[in-house]
Design a binder for this molecule. Sequence first.
Ligand code: PEP
Length: 247
Amino acid sequence: MRTKLVAGNWKMHGSLAGNLGLLQAVRDGARGQAEIAVCVPYPYLAQARAVLDGSKVAWGGQDVSEHAQGAYTGEVSGSMLADFGCRYVLVGHSERRSFYGDTDAVVAAKFAAALKVGLTPVLCVGETLAEREAGITGAVVTRQLDAVLANSGVAAFSRAVVAYEPVWAIGTGRTASPAQAQEVHALIRARFVSDSAEIAAGLQILYGGSVKPGNARELFGQADIDGGLIGGASLVAEDFLAIHVAA
Ligand code: PEP
C-alpha cells in the first residue's frame, strides 16, 4: 500500500506576516494519515523551516536550477534548497513549462539536479486542453515522462514523485473527473511497469488541478491516485487540511 502525499503549491503568493498564521495552522492541524508538504516561494523557505521543523509537515521549493552553481543570475540551486531543509521540489510545473520555456530536456536536467542533492523531485506532467481535444493526452504525458526516464533512468523514481496535472484543470475550477484522472494515472503507472514493475508499484502519482475539499475524497479514492498537488486550496489552512484528511 502506497502512502499518500498531499503537497501544497503556494505559487507566487504570500507575505512574511501573512504566511505565519497559515504555516502554524497547517502545522498544528495536520492530523491525516497521508504525508503533507508545502512548496513555498524561495524567500519564505527560512520561515517555513522555522515554523515546520520537527513537525509532520515537510517543505520544498517550486523550481530548481539545472546547474549546481555559477553565473546564472536569478537561479536557485538544489544545494541551496537543501540548505534550507527542503525535502521536495517541483519540477516541470506547467507554469514553468509554458511561461518560462522549460522544455522536456530542461525539466529532465532539473529533475537530475534535484536528485543529486538528495531532494525528492515532484515531476509535473499533463496535457493542455487542445492536446486533450486532439486525443493526444497519452502521447504528451508519455513524452514528458520519457525525457526524464531517458536522462535519469527508472531507478531514480524510487526517490521521486510524479504529479499528473492537466493544464486545463489548474487554477480553473475545472477538475478532471475521477475517471478521467484515473485513466491517465493508470497510463502513467503502466509506462513505469514496462521498465520496472517494482518501481511502478511503489511510485506515488499525485493528481493536481482544482482539488478542493469537496472533490478530494473521490479523486483520492481512485486506485492509482496517491494524493494531490494543491494550488489555490493550499492557501487556506482549513481547506488544505480538509484535503489532507481526505487522502
Ligand atoms: C497547481 O498549482 O499545481 C494546481 C494544481 O493549482 P490549483 O489547485 O489551484 O488548480
